[in-house]
Design a protein around this ligand. Structure first.
Ligand code: SF4
Length: 165
């Protein structure tokens, strides 16, 4: 109910854009679905856009049109939800998606991203993901990748910049 009240308060000012930061955290699945449905409905009715900040891939798959994957404060990948979730281009996104259990044939082990997120005061040089990346190569340690277009999205990874040495 508190979540609903907060959404109602946010809508009072008739915003064009709502930034919803983890709006379904700590809610059980059925209430979560209600909150998401409510957000979608009121935004459709009021012609407002939503930036949904969440760690829940299920919520993203169910709710969003486009998704941006952040790592250490920068965009790692962005694109249409189906493209990013089903065919991730960035190794970090691939690791995230590989760590999610699926119904159907299962691998022996889920993919695990080694290590942990760097402190924002101590981000590695080059690509910030390089200490944890299974595809790391020499240039990753000193060249910071920029976003490159891939299909309808983009990824910040040197694998797409032709400098794989
Ligand atoms: S730039 Fe290198 S370290 Fe970074 S994600 Fe791509 S392959 Fe991995």
């Amino acid at each position: 109910m508190r979540q609903r009240v907060v959404i109602a308060l946010a809508l009072c000012a008739e915003p064009r854009l709502i930034i919803a930061d983890e709006p379904t955290t700590a809610l059980d699945v059925s209430v979560q679905a209600q909150i998401i449905a409510l957000l979608k409905r009121v935004c459709r009715e009021r012609n407002a856009a939503v930036i949904l900040v969440t760690h829940d891939m299920g919520v993203i798959a169910e709710t969003a049109d486009r998704v941006a994957v952040m790592y250490a404060g920068r965009l790692a990948e962005i694109g249409p939800v189906a493209q990013v979730l089903q065919k991730p281009s960035h190794p970090y996104t691939a690791g995230l998606m590989g760590s999610i259990p699926r119904i159907g044939p299962r691998p022996d082990r889920l993919i695990q991203i080694e290590g942990s997120m760097p402190r924002l005061t101590d981000i590695p040089s080059g690509c910030a993901f390089n200490p944890r990346c299974p595809k790391v190569f020499a240039n990753c340690h000193h060249i910071r990748p920029e976003l490159r277009q891939i299909a309808d999205g983009a990824a910040a990874c040197l694998l797409y910049e032709g400098v794989t040495q």
